[in-house]
Write a protein that binds this ligand. Structure first.
Ligand SMILES: *[C@@H]1O[C@H](CO)[C@@H](O)[C@H](O)[C@H]1NC(C)=O
Ligand SMILES: *[C@@H]1O[C@H](CO)[C@@H](O)[C@H](O)[C@H]1NC(C)=O
Ligand SMILES: *[C@@H]1O[C@H](CO)[C@@H](O)[C@H](O)[C@H]1NC(C)=O
Length: 365
């Protein structure tokens, strides 16, 4: 059922990063798997978004189509339960998720080809309305993104305040086109999608062809800092092919800041060579500017604000580890600022390459 992945499974186990532990302090972080799809229905979780009512919206990759289910976890109980709250028409895979405000969410989706890419012309942003505590989502819009074969990490620029403001809902999205090594700016009101951010640090790495589909997967994860109320102008990103996490300046309308001020700042590098089994996936940044990035195949890395100090918060190096993450695809900082927790999506591929089912893990940080 998940044919594109099988090609990479065989090679995964051969590329374990050397001396990961050497660069990272050993600490203990309480972690709990709150949900896992069963091996009999091994959905590959691609991304996640905590909702204000304590539920978690999921996106997933590699469904048969012609429509994809919108999965929501109810984590009131342990383990959490999953429900299908709606369907995205004409799609076989979903990628980024962003909160727009006023119970509206954007999900990018399309029809996947043979190498994880969207077949050209099928990528789109779906806007859904999902009210707190309700189990039915309504697809209220679909804005096509025609000139791309990839839409990946997704963020919504907070709505402008003051005289330009009408309502509290975001309508500007930034979407990572991993294969194009660039970021689209999508305006849901004007219904336009244009390439906006370009930089060598967003691109792939043609000098490392052994990394296969990862060598051509540049900017992957995107994130904005949480909790400040106002957008601080930094777009954080993870680049799979180059094995870096960085940030780049955008203005409050989601346009790239050019010139000296627009220079990309690299915040951290991956340990070891980038391979099909050693790369960064999607990420998030907390209020204190610490970055958390999914590090395939079995880790989540924290990169400390300012210091760049790297700490493994989920993975074999964690002291008294209780949970193993399977192929971490995404991280989201929890909405309860006092609790200091992150939610991690595991795609679901086990260490031996078997597809066991996507999982969601809560980690206290
Ligand atoms: C790990 O567990 C042991 C045994 O319960 C405990 O003594 C130790 O303090 C724990 N280490 C950390 C860093 O939590
Ligand atoms: C789905 O795709 C088909 C074929 O391209 C098209 O006729 C139909 O209108 C699409 N449906 C939606 C809801 O986009
Ligand atoms: C979540 O689960 C709890 C406990 O079973 C239930 O009371 C609540 O109604 C559920 N929420 C939704 C939105 O279904």
């Amino acid at each position: 059922m998940f044919r594109p992945l099988t090609a990479i499974l065989l090679v995964l186990s051969h590329f374990i990063p050397a001396s990961v532990a050497g660069r990272s302090r050993k600490e203990s972080f309480p972690a709990q798997e709150i949900f896992s799809f069963p091996p009999s229905n091994p959905v590959f979780i691609e991304n996640l978004l905590p909702l204000p009512d304590n539920r978690i919206l999921l996106s997933h990759f590699g469904a048969p189509g012609p429509d994809t289910a919108i999965y929501v976890l109810n984590s009131t109980t342990y383990p959490a339960s999953v429900s299908i709250v709606g369907w995205l028409p004409n799609s076989t895979s979903q990628t980024g998720i962003a909160a727009l405000g006023e119970n509206h969410y954007a999900i990018t989706a399309g029809i996947v080809g043979t190498n994880f890419e969207f077949i050209k012309g099928t990528g789109a942003v779906y806007v859904i309305e999902l009210k707190n505590g309700e189990n039915k989502a309504k697809v209220v819009d679909r804005v096509p993104v025609p000139n791309t074969i990839n839409l990946n990490g997704l963020v919504a620029i907070p709505p402008l305040r003051g005289k330009h403001s009408k309502g509290k809902r975001s309508h500007i999205l930034l979407s990572a086109d991993s294969r194009g090594g660039r970021v689209f700016r999508i305006d849901l009101k004007a219904r336009t999608a244009k390439v906006e951010l370009t930089d060598a640090k967003l691109g792939g790495d043609p000098s490392n062809p052994e990394a296969g589909s990862i060598a051509i997967t540049g900017v992957n994860g995107l994130a904005l800092r949480k909790g400040q109320g106002r957008f601080d102008g930094w777009l954080y990103f993870a680049n799979s092919a180059q094995g870096i996490v960085g940030r780049i300046k955008v203005d409050e309308r989601g346009y790239q800041v050019v010139g000296k001020k627009g220079k990309v700042e690299v915040l951290g590098w991956i340990t070891g060579r980038v391979t099909l089994g050693n790369f960064f996936d999607d990420m998030d940044v907390d209020e204190q500017e610490n970055v958390y990035v999914g590090w395939v195949t079995e880790r989540v890395l924290k990169i400390g604000k300012g210091t760049g100090k790297q700490t493994i918060v989920l993975g074999p190096e964690v002291v008294n580890r209780t949970v193993e993450v399977r192929y971490p695809t995404a991280v989201k900082v929890g909405l309860n600022g006092k609790k200091k927790e992150i939610f991690v999506a595991g795609g679901g591929i086990g260490g031996d390459g078997t597809m066991l089912g996507g999982q969601v893990i809560r980690v206290g940080i």
